[in-house]
Design a protein around this ligand. Structure first.
Ligand code: IPE
Ligand code: IPE
Ligand code: MG
Length: 248
């Protein structure tokens, strides 16, 4: 990791007022990173987890109030059982290891996705970390685990339909603002910037509703090599963009 002292503070060429308020990241390329080094894929995941910790700290240092990362998609269950099991125990272990520090560093952690399908012991660790950090205000850190954008939209539709069926909601009352309240991300603003590592140019079912107007930054760098210098480049690129939201 390049952690030069100059990068602990916001780089001078970045404007504080024009930083994204919410950054979303598709952390991709762990497997390729490991393969390139002749290592098993799981080593890429292990390294990826420590890179994430650095990015979270960097967002806090530079004054970015919300970070959302894609840790496991609804499609990732299709990977070999050994890799899935490794990832689940990695998430659980990291949560246990890092909780004390997250509390100390004022991180509020939350999870989005279909959490009921996760191993019970991981669910317990998730509940513990969410409740221990719920009053923290330093940075909002959201981890998408067993998350799928389509699944999220379908569960919202189902919940809204139930309200209508019970006569608690009229179909005419359903608008974008109401719909947003039924998403997992109800209380977070939409991401301003999406970063995807490893050069893939797709959304892979991440935050489909929320990213309607996010700026997209793709780097060839593999996730385990993503450091502050890379993040700095992504933010510089973001600050060059002209966000029009359909206007002129
Ligand atoms: C991202 O890295 C981590 C997860 C999806 C859990 P990958 O494991 O997808 O790495 P590549 O894309 O195979 O290199
Ligand atoms: C997206 O990466 C999911 C996560 C980073 C957790 P994938 O590696 O699963 O995406 P695809 O398969 O290349 O689209
Ligand atoms: Mg991948």
């Amino acid at each position: 990791m390049s952690q030069g002292i100059c990068l602990q503070e916001l780089p001078v060429d970045l404007e504080q007022e024009r930083l994204p308020k919410h950054v979303a990241v598709i952390m991709d390329g762990n497997g390729r990173w490991a393969r390139d080094k002749g290592l098993p894929r799981i080593m890429g995941h292990r390294r990826g987890a420590s890179v994430l910790k650095e990015l979270l700290r960097c967002c806090k240092d530079w004054g970015i109030p919300a970070l959302t990362v894609y840790a496991f998609s609804t499609e990732n269950w299709g990977r070999p059982e050994g890799e899935v099991d490794f990832l689940m125990s990695l998430f659980e272990g990291k949560l246990r290891e890092e909780l004390r520090e997250m509390v100390a560093e004022d991180v509020q952690i939350q999870f989005v996705g279909n959490l009921q399908a996760l191993p019970k012991s991981l669910q317990a660790e998730i509940e513990r970390s969410v409740s221990a950090t719920q009053d923290n205000l330093g940075i909002r850190f959201t981890v998408a685990t067993n998350y799928g954008g389509r699944q999220e939209i379908v569960q919202a539709c189902r919940a809204i339909a139930t309200q209508v069926q019970q006569g608690k909601l009229q179909p005419e009352e359903i608008d974008e603002a109401l719909f947003k309240r039924y998403l997992y991300t109800a209380d977070v603003c939409d991401p301003d910037l999406l970063i995807r590592t490893s050069g893939e140019m797709r959304l892979s079912n991440f935050l489909l509703w929320q990213m309607a107007y996010s700026e997209i930054y793709i780097t060839e760098t593999l996730w385990p090599d993503f450091d502050r210098a890379e993040f700095h480049r992504a933010l510089s690129a973001y600050q060059q963009r002209s966000r029009r939201f359909g206007k002129v």
